[in-house]
Design a protein around this ligand. Sequence first.
Ligand code: PMP
Length: 430
Amino acid sequence: MQEKSEKLFKRAQKFIPGGVNSPARAFNAVGGSPVFFDQADGSILIDVDGKQYIDYVGSWGPMILGHAYEPVIEAVQETAAKSTSFGAPTEIEVKMAELVKKMVPGVDKIRMVNSGTEACMSAIRVARGYTGKDKVIKFEGNYHGHGDSFLINAGSGALTLGTPSSPGVTEGTAKDTLTASFNDLNSVKKLLKEYEGEVAAIIIEPVTGNMGCIPPEEGFLAGLRELCDAHDVVLIFDEVMTGFRVAKGGAQQRYGVTADLVTYGKIIGAGLPVGAFGGKQEIMDVVSPVGDVYQAGTLSGNPLAMAAGYALLSELHKNPRHYDQLEEKTTYLYTGLKEVFADHEVPATINRVGSMISVFFTEQEVVDFETANTTDQEFFKAYFHAMLENGIYLPPSPFEALFLANSLTQELLDETIEAADKSVQHALET
Ligand code: PMP
């Protein structure tokens, strides 16, 4: 039992809704008290009770080279000493934009914001402003932050006009968000036909992370590109998770499909609050102050956040071997886990792309929201808690991807596979 974590959680619940500042970190999907952390180094987390864990959350993505990565820490410390914010332009913002342009195909111009949510909200506004159309197509089970337009649920597998999935989102907003099925081009074609001339944008997680890791099927992203070109629709890749992770140039590079707009978060800020949206010059030039589409932020391009992100991205740019090593490590984990589940005769489908990986406890192939939902959630809960007990920190939900860091060593991966073996045994007994 994690005594201090539990005490802190009780205190937190008095003054913070649900005791957390973002719901995904509460243990709602698995039950119990979330772990409160004190410090981390590389892939090792230490909680407030002094217990150590091997980290597979990586702050939900940013820690691709591990926690307390020295060049990031140094950049933040040096920059902080010169002031934490000016609300005026700084050189590091220019360097950052130039670096992203070098790393990513198709990003002619980029605007920094403070979160992935802001990036996606802004991208949609830009697409609407650019096309003069209102409706947006998103995919069931994809998450693009908590902007009103994205909190729309079409109901399981149904292709229909959205209904709000959160109180506080108006019917008026919901009617402009259409929902299609991931990996199903026909579902998109149908919507484009039904709402011909009304769709401003298609937004997608090119590799889904938010219903667990689901890769795009061969030709799916290219098919979306063609449909967008044929219907004058802005294609937006939400690369908040995949950007600078599934390849240096993100999913665009990995799958050879260039979007019109791209959104970023997580890695681009190295753990500080950063998001960004960018893309084709012609579209980005509608953004104020050049164009009329308003978008702003007092702390946007904040020097600390830029310095941290620049330090991390520079390393990834200079040393693409990180991607090969991450690929090898994820393959090793994949093979080890596959063996464990097979040995225990536990049905498991493991999806992975680059350093994103998810285990679904199901016999089915997982290609979309419906198939992701066939995972055995009760078994996941038991497995999750046993892994936690055995010192492995997994995302606390069956519908999230693990994010591997290049700070993971062979020993840590072996320890993880051993822990999985014990945890599966334990889960089967409970
Ligand atoms: N898009 C995707 C694909 C995400 O995974 C997330 C966050 N998990 C967001 C957008 C929203 O980012 P943020 O939490 O920084 O607002």
